[in-house]
Design a protein around this ligand. Structure first.
Ligand code: PLP
Length: 396
């Protein structure tokens, strides 16, 4: 009996590298003990949520006996939260945003899926720089689209703008960028984004269906060394920002995020109506009531960024001591070093021998590199130095 669709069967068969590492990690931890394994495989924020989240939860408990305390609300989210969000993102993006430009979603993932369902025709293409967040391919296919990737420049991971321009064709419907980036930590510069916007404006000439520029920004808050994370909104009218509170409030499991439509987009009301509908019919209905109410109280707070900064510097020091090549991440909580010897899968296996878990770049559409997530304490990072040194030896 065949229970699954062929597509999902295929997905499971080619199951993600991150999941494979997670499973290997479980085996290693069981065999050698939790403390013996240095697990850099998962980007699951471990830094505790700020105090406002706990305080908000206590307050919410006091409202639980009220009728409709956690009932349905408009599919776009609680109006009061939308107003507060509009004020907060106006500051972040440097652009005046109205509450009607925003829909609250089940995380950035929910926002991307609702958007694609609203705008894609079967066979439409999503153009995205590689390496890329693993789920992007699935999200495209969920709505009949296809993810097409353009490799970023080696080691620095700047955008290959010529490559992007050449890859645009009649089927291109979205260009999707993620900055600060998972898995590279790159932050795109104002100049790169301006050039990208110019390419898209030119490509849009004579088109009935515009190309959307979508910026996936759950790591916007986590930029280091005072680097600026430029907004795409002033650069290109058909742009949408998707983001969430998974990382800046360590609320990844609570599923609250948003899609923000460029206030200057011609016909934006139609796009918003589409998103409200698809958010509903995809079965999200609305973002979680508890998460939204918490957000109203916690908006403006964030996790202690200095913890991530300390870890980034500790990881850089470990990689330097062990002789790895990498570009210092300017944001997010990942390193994407070159795999010594060039074969990332083989090298990650060598790291595993040293009880270090990393994800091969192949899993992110960019072989020859590997990803390290620093969602672990500094002590784990420092402890890994000998393992990194031993793993690289045979590849020198
Ligand atoms: N986009 C990127 C680049 C991510 O790294 C993640 C999660 O790790 C997501 C989207 C999904 O985030 P959310 O929890 O907001 O759905």
């Amino acid at each position: 009996m065949k229970l699954l669709s062929s597509q999902v069967e295929g997905y499971i068969e080619r199951s993600s590298w991150i999941r494979k590492m997670f499973e290997t990690g479980m085996v290693l931890k069981k065999k050698y003990g939790e403390d013996a394994v240095c697990d850099f495989s998962l980007g699951n924020p471990d830094v505790p949520a700020p105090a406002a989240v706990g305080e908000g939860l206590k307050e919410l408990a006091g409202c639980a006996d009220k009728p409709f305390a956690f009932g349905y609300m408009p599919n776009f989210g609680y109006p009061s939260l939308r107003t507060k969000l509009a004020a907060a993102v106006s500051v972040e993006q440097g652009v005046k945003v109205d509450d009607t430009d925003i829909i609250v979603t089940c995380g950035a993932a929910g926002a991307i899926n609702a958007l694609y369902r609203a705008i894609l025709e079967p066979g439409d293409q999503i153009l995205c720089p590689a390496p890329f967040f693993v789920e992007y391919g699935f999200y495209a296919q969920n709505s009949g689209g296809e993810l097409v990737t353009v490799p970023s420049k080696p080691l620095t991971f700047e955008l290959d703008l010529d490559g992007i321009e050449k890859a645009i064709n009649d089927k291109t419907r979205v260009v999707l960028i993620n900055s600060p980036n998972n898995p590279t930590g790159v932050v795109y510069s104002q100049e790169e984004l301006e050039k990208l916007a110019d390419i898209l404006k030119k490509a849009n000439e004579g088109r009935e269906r515009p190309i959307f520029l979508v910026a996936d920004e759950p790591y916007r808050f986590l930029a280091f060394d005072d680097v600026d994370v430029p907004s795409i909104l002033p650069l290109y009218p058909y742009s949408v920002v998707v983001s969430s509170f998974s990382k800046n409030l360590s609320l990844a499991g609570e599923r609250v995020g948003y899609a923000l439509i460029n206030p200057e987009m011609p016909g934006k009301e139609e796009l918003l109506a589409g998103l409200v509908l698809t958010n509903r019919i995809l079965g999200f209905v609305n973002a979680p009531a508890v998460g939204q109410k918490l957000l109203e109280k916690a908006l403006g707070s964030q996790v202690d960024k200095s913890i991530y900064l300390e870890r980034r510097d500790a990881m850089a020091s470990v990689l330097d001591k062990a002789g790895y090549s990498y570009t210092m991440p300017k944001g997010a909580f990942y390193f994407f070093p070159q795999a010594p010897g060039g074969d990332d899968v083989k090298f990650c296996a060598a790291l595993q021998e040293e009880k270090i878990l990393a994800v091969p770049g192949t899993g992110f559409g960019y072989p020859g590199y590997f990803r390290l997530a620093f969602c672990v304490g500094v002590e784990v990072i420092e402890r890994s130095v000998d393992g990194f040194k031993k793993a690289i030896e045979p590849f020198k």
